[in-house]
Design a protein around this ligand. Structure first.
Ligand SMILES: [Zn+2]
Length: 282
């Protein structure tokens, strides 16, 4: 299957690297291709490895990343750059059998502003329940091998962006120790919310079940460690476990959980780390 979603990156920054294996001393080469070796906080590196013996192992910032086999026989991983990563140069380690390569990758600052958020006392007191925390965490870590997404992703609702991904956050003048892990889109209560891409619904959670922070929640697995989330919904129409097409309606905009006005919070995660959803839409 031809994947078109990353073509802009390839066009803009056709820095592809072919590195020659050393450890085996033979002519066999380990090919590592990276569409751009410099990315900002909250973005991701697209890494493709070919000419391997089985699945290569990948390590970046002390974290191992599973690689997924593509239809052309290559192995690929979309490695996220966490939004609070200190800018600088970091080593990517690729291993396949006896062969090992190291590549320097650069993380640049995204210069997102600090957002001061005031919550009224009843909402400020809301804390995530254990059920909410554990179910959301497990869903975000899902790494299913089949790629379900293809092409450009859809914006789940049409309204204007009211809050960017990656804004550093202070609640009620507290310390800046978190950031906005998605994109907020303004829409009136009840507006239809669509799935950003083809996938499988892996979580539906309601306020009544204990989803007090995120509110009514839908999480969709798009395959190969790519997950989308939809928060603060007024209603959920998707069913847990069901296959879903791109653009299919999954629920309605609301302001459940910690939310000061009706809006959709839309997030995209790679290997459990949130990245900027705007990278995936045209
Ligand atoms: Zn939000």
């Amino acid at each position: 299957m031809k994947i078109t979603i990353f073509n802009p990156f390839i066009l803009f920054c056709a820095l592809s690297m072919t590195l020659i294996g050393r450890a085996d001393g033979a002519s066999e080469k380990l090919h590592v291709r990276i569409t751009d070796t410099t990315r900002q906080q909250g973005e991701f590196f697209t890494i493709t490895v070919t000419n391997t013996t089985g699945e290569p192992s990948l390590q970046f910032l002390d974290h191992p990343y599973r690689m997924f086999r593509q239809s052309d026989g290559s192995w690929r991983a979309l490695v996220p750059v966490e939004n609070l990563t200190v800018p600088g140069s970091y080593t990517l380690l690729v291993r396949s059998g006896e062969r090992e390569e190291t590549i320097s990758l650069t993380v640049e600052p995204n210069n997102r502003a600090i957002q001061h958020i005031t919550l009224d006392s009843s909402r400020a007191k809301l804390k995530a329940t254990e059920l909410e925390k554990s179910r959301v965490k497990a869903a975000l870590q899902t790494q299913s091998p089949e790629q379900l997404f293809s092409g450009n992703f859809l914006r789940p609702v049409d309204g204007p962006t009211s809050s960017l991904f990656g804004l550093k956050r202070s609640y009620n003048d507290g310390p800046v120790d978190s950031y906005h892990k998605g994109l907020d889109i303004d829409e009136p209560e009840g507006a239809a919310v669509k799935s950003t891409a083809k996938g499988r619904v892996i979580l539906t959670g309601t306020v009544g079940e204990g989803f007090q922070v995120n509110g009514n929640t839908v999480i969709i697995d798009h395959g190969q460690a790519l997950i989308s989330v939809y928060l603060h919904l007024s209603a959920i129409t998707a069913k847990e476990g069901e296959a879903i097409e791109a653009g299919e309606i999954i629920g309605a905009v609301g302001q459940t959980g910690i939310s000061t006005a009706p809006h959709l919070h839309w997030g995209i995660y790679l290997y459990g780390t949130s990245v900027n959803p705007e990278l995936f839409v045209k």
